[in-house]
Each structure stands twice: as structure tokens, then as C-alpha cells.
Ligand binder design. Structure first.
Ligand code: S3P
Length: 461
């Protein structure tokens, strides 16, 4: 909401030469949201370190506070005193999730089955995003939904006297939908089951188990995962919960180092959960020099340091099955693909249409504005690259202004393009970067990237 009240902040990436050094990206956004949600619902205290202090996550923290959790910062740690499962309080005000789909959808699941009213609001981007994917299973559990037709925010939920546990087959590859149903199951008597035909990030399953929930995952024939949760059990705070670095944020310095000549960058403490490593896998297939160093386990997750050097890339076909493991990374992969020899084909991208923006359309428009050859289909994108960084006209890439549509990843992806392109690249609004990666500009500048405040010229593409 705040963003609509203040002026947009155009920003220009003007290159600056080779990127060098070591960087530590902030905590994983998915895990940080869940740390506030699960710490807030568990009995006792959870001490969280490495939390992403981005606006999206802080909105989730405020929502949990509004429902009774006590949350405070203590030096580098966050201390969450939870209410205990089943004991959330009715919030007095609407819960404002700003730009954050994860916060809104997971909280709908968590609080939807309670026998009181909760209202959900968000910014213009969040208010355009589809919520029926979460509301449909909640309705099956007995939750009443009141709002505009079409399942968009603002809307209110009111749970039944006793919620009905359900068995739900997730119709699209979505960790948010899976998680919302499981969280709703926490407050329903009996067993709630989610069937997941295509595996998505498994942070909810792992973390719920860590907080003491009775949850079981079985992989059935055909690879369908059956996730069963016993409702109304006890959740207990975790004394030392560590959030690993976000691979979706690491993607920006990684791709920048690959495409800017002379670069040699190490990104430390990156989450290497296999449900999140699709981009690294794809870049290695394209010929990128990425060394996976110091693999270790931290807080129940695999992490590693990634040493990345400028590389000559070749185009590849990225199969649709890989989409869930890199769903947030396609915009920045498109930028890497612009510098690869030949075509990179990205398939199975239908979910990109319903992210913070229609990311497929936003990426295509940004590529067009900066002279990069590409073709956009209803659920695919092909980028025809050139290691020389010149478009079909022979002119160097860049020179364009990109419309970010309140989407942090569109902003960061095209700023990365501007660090490698012959002409600067301007994004129409850099404010949303603070939702997921507030340190983006200083971190990239520390490695040698250069940014300048920009004036808005003509309309953004
Ligand atoms: C997320 C799941 C993904 C991802 C989002 C975070 C999560 O969304 O795009 O950034 O934390 O569960 P979908 O579940 O809609 O695919």
C-alpha cells in the first residue's frame, strides 16, 4: 500500500566493468515467511537467525502479531513467542500483505478455518492475483469467503464451528496452494491430505516436521506425493532456527558474474535444496563456470558457496518439468540467455503469468525494449542470444526503459542486463526490490556494478 502513496524510483544500471569479490545474499524468502508463521503458531519461543528483513516477510510478521504472536528483534536474531496451535486471536484490522502472495496465501490457510472473521488486503499487484486456487480448498473445509467475485483481494474469510479435514489434489504446481491446505489442516480434526503430482519446494513439510507436527510424506506410483497431516496437534517453538541464503536472490549476482566479462564472484551460504536449484543446473548445462564449494548442512537444509566466473554460454532447451525448481528465476535466465550462442527455449511457463506481474509479458517487453531477439508464446519463451551483446540490428543491447509492474524480480533482472550491456538499462521503478532483496543495490555495487538514479523519459515499454 505504501508504495502507491510514494513516487516511483527509476533506476539505471550503467555497467561498471568486471564484478569481483564475495557476497552473502539475505535469507530465503520462502523459509523466512514460514519462520514467522510457524514460530507464531507454535507454543513457546522460536529464535530465528538469518531472516530476510524484506517488506514481504515483515508484513507476515505484522499479521502474526495482529493475531497474538509476540515478535521482536534481538540483535541479529528475531524472537517469536507463538500462541500455540489453535489459539490465534481475531485480528482487529484488515491484514495488509503488501506485494506478497506467499504471505497472503499461506496466512489464508492458517487462519481461514478459525471461527472468526479475517480480512486480507494488498497492493495493486497482489489485488490482481488469483486467490481461488487457495479459496477453493478452504471452501471445501467449510470456510466462508466474502469479497469481490473472481477471488481477488480484498476479501474476508470466516471459518466454520469445526473445519472439515479434506483430501486435496493440487491442480497446478504450487507450493503456496499445497502449504495453504496443510496449514488449514492444522486446525481441523483428523487427517488432512494433499496429493502433489508435481513436486514443488518442500519447506512447509520439512519445517512443520521440525516444529513437531505429525506429518508424513509418501511418494506413490507415478511420483505423486501424498502428504498427510494430523490436525489439532501440538507445535513447539524451535530454539535455534537458521534461515539459509536465498537462491532466488543469489540468482542476480550469479547471472551478472556469468555475463559481465572478467567477473569472478563467490556467493556464500546459498540454499541448495533440490526443489530450488533449477537455475544453477540450467546455467551449468549452458556452459557456465559455477563451482559448488563447501557443501554442508545448516538448519536441516543443504547449503553451499558458489564461485561463479564469466563464461561463454550456449543456448539450451529448459524442460517444463524443471519449472517448479526455478519458477522465480526465468526472468534472470532470459537475461543470461541473451548472451548465449543460439536459442534458449523455456517451456512450461504458464505459472509465470500469475506472479507479481505477468512475468512472461513483462520479460518479453523488456527484451524488446533493449534490442534482444525473442519470441513469446502462451506458456513459453525463446531467446536468441549473442555473446557479443549485440541485437539483430548489430546495435549493442540496452538503451531501453523497462516497465516493472510492481515486480521486484523484473526490476533486478533488467538491472543485471544493464551491468552487461553496451548501453545502460533503466527500470521505471526500483522500490519493489525492497520486498525481497533490500541489499541488492549495495551488494551489486560492492562487487563493482554501477547504478544511477534516473529520470523517467517516455513511457516504459
Ligand atoms: C513460494 C512458492 C512459489 C514462488 C513464490 C514462493 C512459496 O509460488 O513463486 O515466490 O514460498 O511457497 P507458487 O506456489 O505460486 O508457485
Amino acid at each position: 500500500m505504501a508504495h502507491e502513496a510514494t513516487a516511483s524510483r527509476p533506476l539505471k544500471a550503467v555497467g561498471g566493468g568486471a564484478l569481483r569479490g564475495t557476497a552473502k545474499v539475505p535469507g530465503d524468502k520462502s523459509i523466512s515467511h514460514r519462520a514467522f508463521l510457524f514460530g507464531g503458531i507454535a507454543a513457546g519461543t522460536t529464535r530465528v537467525t538469518g531472516l530476510l528483513e524484506g517488506e514481504d516477510v515483515l508484513a507476515t510478521g505484522r499479521a502474526m502479531q495482529a493475531m497474538g504472536a509476540r515478535i521482536r528483534r534481538d540483535g541479529a536474531a528475531w524472537i517469536v513467542d507463538g500462541v500455540g496451535n489453535g489459539c490465534l486471536l481475531e485480528p482487529e484490522q484488515p491484514l495488509d500483505f503488501g506485494n506478497a502472495g506467499t504471505g497472503a496465501r499461506l496466512t489464508m490457510g492458517l487462519v481461514g478455518p478459525y471461527d472468526f472473521g479475517t480480512t486480507f488486503i494488498g497492493d495493486a499487484s497482489l489485488s490482481r492475483r488469483p486467490m481461488n486456487r487457495v479459496l477453493d480448498p478452504l471452501r471445501e473445509m467449510g470456510v466462508q469467503v466474502v469479497g469481490r467475485s473472481g477471488g481477488r483481494l480484498p476479501l474476508s474469510l470466516h471459518g466454520p464451528k469445526v473445519a472439515a479435514p479434506i483430501e486435496y489434489r493440487v491442480p497446478m504446481a504450487s507450493a503456496q496452494v499445497k502449504s495453504a491446505v496443510l496449514l488449514a489442516g492444522l486446525n481441523a480434526p483428523g487427517v488432512t491430505t494433499v496429493l502433489e503430482p508435481v513436486m514443488t519446494r518442500d519447506h512447509t513439510e520439512k519445517m512443520l516436521a521440525g516444529f513437531g507436527a505429525a506429518i508424513e510424506v509418501v511418494t506413490e506410483s507415478g511420483g505423486v506425493r501424498r502428504i498427510s497431516l494430523e490436525g489439532q496437534g501440538r507445535l513447539t517453538g524451535v530454539a535455534d532456527f537458521r534461515v539459509p541464503g536465498d537462491p532466488s536472490s543469489a540468482a542476480f549476482p550469479i547471472v551478472a558474474a556469468i555475463i559481465v566479462p572478467g567477473s569472478d564472484v563467490t556467493v556464500e551460504n546459498v540454499l541448495m535444496n533440490p526443489t530450488r536449484t533449477g537455475l544453477v543446473e540450467t546455467l551449468i548445462e549452458m556452459g557456465a563456470s559455477i563451482e559448488i564449494l563447501n557443501r554442508r548442512s545448516a538448519g536441516g537444509e543443504d547449503v553451499a558457496d558458489l564461485r561463479v566466473r564469466h563464461s561463454v554460454l550456449s543456448g539450451v532447451t529448459v524442460p517444463p518439468e524443471r519449472a517448479p525448481a526455478m519458477i522465480d528465476e526465468y526472468p534472470v535466465l532470459a537475461i543470461a540467455a541473451a548472451f548465449a550462442e543460439g536459442e534458449t527455449r523455456m517451456l512450461g511457463l504458464d505459472e509465470l503469468r500469475v506472479k507479481e506481474s505477468d512475468r512472461l509479458a513483462a520479460v518479453a517487453a523488456g527484451l524488446a525494449a533493449n534490442g534482444i531477439a525473442h519470441e513469446e508464446g502462451h506458456d513459453w519463451l525463446t531467446v536468441t542470444g549473442n555473446p557479443d551483446g549485440r541485437g539483430v540490428s548489430g546495435r549493442p543491447y540496452g538503451g531501453g526503459t523497462v516497465a516493472t509492474h510492481l515486480d521486484h524480480r523484473i526490476a533486478m533482472s533488467f538491472l543485471v542486463l544493464g551491468l552487461a550491456s553496451g548501453e545502460p538499462v533503466t527500470v521505471d521503478d526500483a522500490r519493489m526490490i525492497a520486498t525481497s532483496f533490500p541489499e541488492f543495490e549495495p551488494l551489486m555495487s560492492g562487487l563493482g556494478g554501477r547504478f544511477e538514479a534516473a529520470a523517467m523519459g517516455g513511457p516504459a515499454a
